[in-house]
Design a protein around this ligand. Structure first.
Ligand code: FAD
Length: 515
């Protein structure tokens, strides 16, 4: 890849931005559809590289107090303090006519945002930490050489909104999704199984969830992906956002999108110059959920469903260590498939909280304890005698430390027009794949609307010789595009692993029956 070397000079406010987008510094290889998948490599950037120097420049306004460096090892308390004391960034230079957006997070919301930005003619680069692939919490694990397959977060999804239906239709046309026709129900401790009605339909990825994330990219030609890459710093300078990974520049962008949540997002925002976004992000509460992936030689002795085939998925009730169990093998390959049976078990959020540890370094004693408790939970749920469940020949435990939102501002996206920064993700609307897709679409449309509207405002202002007034006043137009910066959060209802319309109806029915 050609690296465009450019010296970056300080630009006074209100002078049009003359620095076109500089691609992230990375090696790249084209994919089938021409999308560039890039991998950051440390030694590709030399220390006297001008872009590297540029990324270390102070902020645009020299009279500003120099901001303290974010401490990525900082405690939550100090991160919170820093984000409230930071100053708001105000970009005053006009936007480039050919802007590029940096999207931090390659889960459903970030990828959909990139796709919809492209539909409006805007380029983007998506950064994601994923080592195995994109998708975040719509991950699928394939364990070789046995070719065991597990959806290890999102299990299925429902569709209520026509905009999400468009995406699902596309997946369906490309042979990537189908309806999950297996029996799903509610399982009470002791083995009492009650099937859920098949409507509203539930959809699954035919080869698991992850290919769905990757296929979003195949619809694009103006989206770059950089992974694995952990964006650790955002710096506003010269009308652009400079992104870096542990001191290594990742490029600069006209606007940024935060498409992830949790501790990582709080740290990233702690000293970025976006206090309003940082405050909203910090109001978010997230659950923790343990996931146990386990492969058994034989089918599990599950209770009868009243149909010819055993259940494939169950919302578990009344057991702390277990909230969901699903047989990936029958879900993906049909009820009569042979071979090892790959199950995904999820704990409840209460159990996740009680046994929370740093997800990157789970102590082996905790791992053993959690695994044992979850397998005991399976025995209890299936109504089996203690210690009669056959041991899995393969198992893997994972903690989703920032699993699902438990509160939400209930708006599709957040946008700070002065900082030219937006936020999308499931938590803005709910806790499901549909919520995250809708959020990505909303932000893309909003961000592109902002960009075109800014140009319109600029043009109108220029015609009436008001351009300087417009920018010096801080811009009257941008305020009209501020979204979600003040909204209050409300608790989110739903199951521990998300919001599913069919399940809510069932809960309401249960309530009616008991009252
Ligand atoms: C256990 C579990 C079960 C679930 N089951 C279901 C289900 O059955 N049905 C359903 O509809 N929903 C389910 N969900 C919810 C669903 O998975 C999420 O709502 C959805 O995937 C969220 O997408 P997102 O884009 O908002 O966030 P994410 O998928 O979390 O994407 C964020 C991405 O950003 C990356 N990232 C984070 N920090 C950085 C950084 N600094 N630099 C670069 N990249 C970064 C992350 O690695 C991640 O890939 C489940 C979730 C969990 C945890």
């Amino acid at each position: 890849m050609t690296f465009i070397s450019r010296t970056i000079l300080p630009t006074p406010p209100a002078v049009p931005n003359i620095f076109p987008f500089l691609s992230p510094i990375a090696s790249s290889k084209p994919t089938r559809n021409g999308t560039q998948i890039q991998c950051c490599k440390k030694d590709e950037i030399s220390s006297n590289n001008p872009q590297r120097k540029a990324a270390k420049q102070p902020m645009n306004n020299p009279s500003r107090n120099p901001r303290k460096k974010a401490s990525y090892g900082a405690s939550r308390r100090s991160v919170i303090k820093k984000s409230f004391s930071q100053e708001q960034v105000e970009f005053k230079s006009p936007l480039s006519s050919d802007p590029t957006v940096g999207i931090i997070g390659g889960g459903m919301s970030g990828l959909v945002c990139a796709l919809y930005l492209e539909k409006r003619g805007i380029k983007s680069t998506v950064f994601d930490t994923g080592i195995h692939g994109l998708g975040g919490r719509m991950g699928t694990r394939i364990i070789d050489p046995q070719a065991l397959i597990f959806d290890h977060a999102a299990q299925f999804f429902t569709v209520t909104d026509p905009k999400f239906a468009e995406i699902v239709d596309l997946w369906s046309k490309n042979g990537l999704v189908r309806e999950w026709n297996g029996t799903i129900g509610e399982l009470e401790a002791g083995g009492c199984f009650v099937p859920l009605p098949p409507s509203p339909p539930r959809y699954i990825g035919i080869n698991g969830m992850r290919p769905l994330a990757e296929s979003i990219l195949s619809e694009t030609s103006m989206v770059n992906v950089v992974r694995p890459c952990w964006v650790s710093k955002l710096e506003p300078y010269n009308g652009m956002w400079y992104l870096s990974e542990k001191g290594k520049p990742c490029g600069h962008f006209d606007a940024i999108v935060i498409a992830h949540n949790g501790k990582c997002a709080n740290r990233l925002l702690a000293s970025s110059g976006l206090p309003l976004i940082a405050r909203q992000m910090k109001r978010l509460d997230l659950s923790a959920i343990w996931a146990l992936l386990a492969a058994f030689e034989d089918p599990l002795p599950v209770p009868s469903t009243g149909s010819a085939f055993p259940f494939e998925g169950a919302f578990v009730k009344g057991i702390d260590a277990l909230s969901w169990m699903a047989n990936n093998t029958t879900k993906l390959f049909g009820p009569q498939s042979s071979g090892p049976h790959c199950w995904t078990f999820f704990s409840t959020a209460t159990f996740g909280k009680q046994n929370k540890v740093p997800q990157e370094s789970i102590p082996s004693t905790t791992a053993e304890k959690v695994k044992e408790a979850m397998l005991e939970g399976v025995e209890l749920a299936l109504g089996l005698q203690k210690n009669t469940l056959k041991k899995p020949f393969y198992s893997r435990l994972q903690l989703w430390g920032a699993a699902l939102p438990t509160n939400s501002p209930g708006i599709p996206c957040i946008f700070d027009p002065h900082g030219r920064a937006g936020v999308c993700g499931d938590w803005l609307l709910g806790s499901s794949l549909e919520a995250s897709a809708l959020s990505g679409i909303a932000l893309a449309n909003h961000a592109s609307f902002l960009i075109s509207s800014l140009s319109i405002c600029g043009l109108l202002a220029a015609k009436s010789n008001l351009i300087a007034d417009y920018f010096q006043s801080g811009g009257t137009c941008p305020d009209e595009f501020a979204v979600g910066l003040q909204n209050e959060f409300q608790p989110l209802k739903g199951h521990d692993i998300g919001q599913f319309p069919g399940l809510e109806t069932n809960k309401a029915r249960d309530l009616q029956l008991t009252t």
